[in-house]
Design a binder for this molecule. Structure first.
Ligand SMILES: NC(=O)c1ccc[n+]([C@@H]2O[C@H](COP(=O)([O-])OP(=O)(O)OC[C@H]3O[C@@H](n4cnc5c(N)ncnc54)[C@H](O)[C@@H]3O)[C@@H](O)[C@H]2O)c1
Ligand SMILES: O=C(O)C[C@H](O)C(=O)O
Ligand SMILES: [Mg+2]
Length: 607
């Protein structure tokens, strides 16, 4: 379709979208179904429960299979929300984990039964439900997955499937797949190796893709690569559902991932693969191995980096300084894993752009052995560019392996950022030392997940480091009441603000690969989303309530970058030339038009 045709088609589509949002009475387009009768009721994609109109019941052989009264979508929605709210009321005062799992179960049951209703309640109540289907509850779900397991979701490729994957991939029932989230379960949040139980993470991430990016849920695929586990407790657990063997290593491991990537590419050449929660060595190795061959990215390295960079730039603004001052920010990063190193690499690129390639940023990196300097033996090559020289440390009275408290006291950083996975590591002493920061508004990012693994809580941060801090955490915390009518704002610094937009922009541009320029565009878009007034209130990230709008903007920015970087090959009827002729506003509209929204479509049976 040419650009002119697209413009005409989009004006027609606008009225349909309005109807989908309930603004007009127009009827949504039909949906073809190859099943009849009870098979439809048992397919969560087509099922409308009691919502099938009588004519449709006749057409599809459903008459008599449902109670006679037809219940409207709005009524079904209200009924679900009522049962959810009464669950909340009835479990008040009970143990947090118990309540969260009960909430997850009720949502999961709806997911298994009626996807349209599930995604609508998720989109409309994202602030309440994200902590259940995503961090922190998803962590608890993964820890208990073998016991919670009822119905499979997604695909499982195991070490035992070597040589079979090219045919296995055709077992997936959907003709098209746009978005895959893949894990090997080796580093699930800050919870370590959870083996096959890590499948909860791709499921949760893809739910965010549907809710935030409007990716069609019929075209998503969560995948677990089960190459064994080194978690002894799981290996001994009689309920454990994964392979009972130690993890494959070296070439054996890589050959499994290679085979999977080839199989996916053979069946769905345009599908985007998001690597998620791989232990560091494989996170970096697979990114290096595949990023120029497949349309893929690593969320923990690249998605996190963009979100952190947006927050770090916001912190400079909050401190009342010009953005170019980012080059002078003293940033202490605790955790030299895939996430911490990804953040520093992107921050370094930003400093080079602002102050030239010779700029010497003031970044300090610590891992479990303390401050990383050039003296470090067997230093990881990815950490080496951030290791401090003797000259740099001596002046500060620091040395190789210096402790966190020593570093904070001597450096007096503007920003303290945790991606260590170690709960409580920003203890009272460390937080109190942040009061001596060289900034009047120091920033504290406790980004590790889930909640118990956060480097500190929001309350602790404001209590010990003072009311003037800017605070962000990876998992959600409530705002902190500082007394006298003052509120300590809590930001959620989580890659959920970027990965859906990165995937959406890559998909709609038909990107061959995902480039650094596309990732940079995503981060800059997120950073520019926040107004000056919000920044002054310590707001670094938008509310999760507006995640669909943010994701559309990020998706459009990524798409435009893909065009500029000449990797956009077009999507569906819209070719790369059309994409390159769209204005900024048209690109955003094109992205919004292509976001799926849950609504009951009339079902038409097709043999
Ligand atoms: N908020 C987000 O969006 C986001 C994104 C990615 C990762 N994370 C979280 O970040 C954490 C780390 O993820 P990763 O992929 O980098 O893990 P990783 O295992 O690759 O790295 C962890 C790093 O922390 C270091 N570390 C461990 N104990 C330490 C200690 N006591 N003091 C200082 N450093 C210590 C390790 O040496 C290692 O360098 C996890 O909890 C994960 O959930 C959050
Ligand atoms: O999953 C999350 O909430 C963020 C991140 O990808 C993580 O691994 O912690
Ligand atoms: Mg992750």
């Amino acid at each position: 379709m040419g650009l002119r045709m697209w413009r005409i088609a989009r004006s027609a589509a606008a009225s349909l979208r309005q109807s989908r949002r309930g603004l007009s009475t127009e009827i949504p387009g039909p949906c073809m179904v190859h099943k009849r009768g009870a098979d439809i009721l048992h397919d969560p994609w087509f099922n409308k429960d009691t919502g099938f109109p009588l004519t449709e019941r006749d057409r599809l052989g459903l008459r008599g299979l449902l109670p006679p009264r037809v219940i409207s979508f709005e009524h079904q929605y209200a009924r679900f929300m009522e049962s959810y709210r009464s669950l909340e009321k009835n479990t008040q005062g009970q143990h947090d984990g118990f309540v969260s799992l009960a909430k997850w179960r009720i949502l999961n049951r709806l997911h298994d039964r009626n996807e349209t209703l599930y995604y609508r309640v998720l989109i409309d109540n994202i602030k309440d439900f994200a902590p259940i289907i995503y961090t922190p509850t998803v962590g608890l779900v993964c820890q208990n997955y073998s016991g919670l397991f009822r119905r499979p979701r997604g695909m499982y490729f195991s070490a035992k499937d070597k040589g079979e994957m090219m045919s296995m991939i055709y077992n997936w029932p959907a003709q098209e797949v746009d978005m895959i989230v893949l894990t090997d379960g080796s580093r699930i949040l800050g919870l370590g190796d959870l083996g096959v139980q890590g499948i909860g993470i791709p499921i949760g991430k893809l739910d965010m893709y549907v809710a935030a990016a409007g990716i069609n849920p019929q075209r998503i695929l969560p995948v677990m690569l089960d190459v064994g586990t080194n978690n002894q407790k799981l290996l001994e657990d009689r309920l454990y559902l994964g392979l009972r063997q130690p993890r494959l290593e070296g070439e054996e491991y890589l050959s499994i991932v290679d085979e999977f990537m080839e199989a996916v590419h053979a069946r769905w050449p345009k599908a985007i693969v998001q690597f998620e929660d791989f232990q560091m060595k494989w996170a970096f190795e697979t990114l290096e191995r595949y990023h120029k061959r497949f349309c893929m990215f690593n969320d923990d390295i690249q998605g996190t980096a963009g979100v952190a960079l947006a927050g770090l730039l916001g912190a400079v603004r909050a401190q009342g300084r010009p953005l170019t001052d980012f080059a002078n920010q003293k940033i202490v990063v605790v955790g030299a894993g895939s996430a911490g190193l990804g953040v520093l690499k992107m921050a370094l690129q930003a400093v080079s752009r602002m102050a030239g390639p010779e700029a010497d940023p003031h970044f300090f990196l610590l891992d479990k052995n303390g401050l990383i300097t050039k003296e470090r033996k067997d230093i990881d090559p990815a950490a080496a560019p951030f290791a401090k020289t003797q000259g740099e440390t001596e002046g500060l009275g620091l040395s190789e392996g210096a402790s966190l408290i020593e570093v904070v006291k001597k450096v007096k950083p503007h920003v303290l950022l945790g991606l260590s996975g170690v709960g409580g590591i920003f203890n009272e002493e460390v937080l109190k030392a942040m009061r001596e920061s060289d900034s009047t508004k120091p920033a504290i990012f406790a980004m590790s997940n889930p909640t118990a693994n956060a480097e500190c809580t929001a309350f602790e941060a404001f209590k010990h480091a003072g009311e003037d801090i800017v605070f962000a955490s990876g998992s959600p915390f409530a705002d902190v009441n500082l007394g006298n009518g003052k509120i300590g704002h809590v930001n959620q610094a989580n890659n959920m603000y970027l990965f859906p937009g990165i995937g959406l922009g890559a998909l709609l541009s038909g990107a061959r690969i995902i480039t650094d320029g596309m990732l940079q565009a995503a981060a800059e878009c997120l950073a520019s989303y926040i107004t000056e007034e919000e920044i002054q209130r310590g707001v670094l990230y938008p509310s999760i309530d507006s995640i669909r709008d943010i994701t559309a903007e990020v998706g459009a920015a990524v798409l435009r970058a893909a065009v500029v970087e000449e990797v956009a090959e077009g999507h569906g009827d819209v070719g790369s030339r059309e994409l390159s002729h769209m204005s900024k506003e048209e690109t955003l509209q094109y992205v919004k038009d292509n976001m799926w929204y849950p609504v009951y479509s009339p079902l038409v049976h097709e043999k």
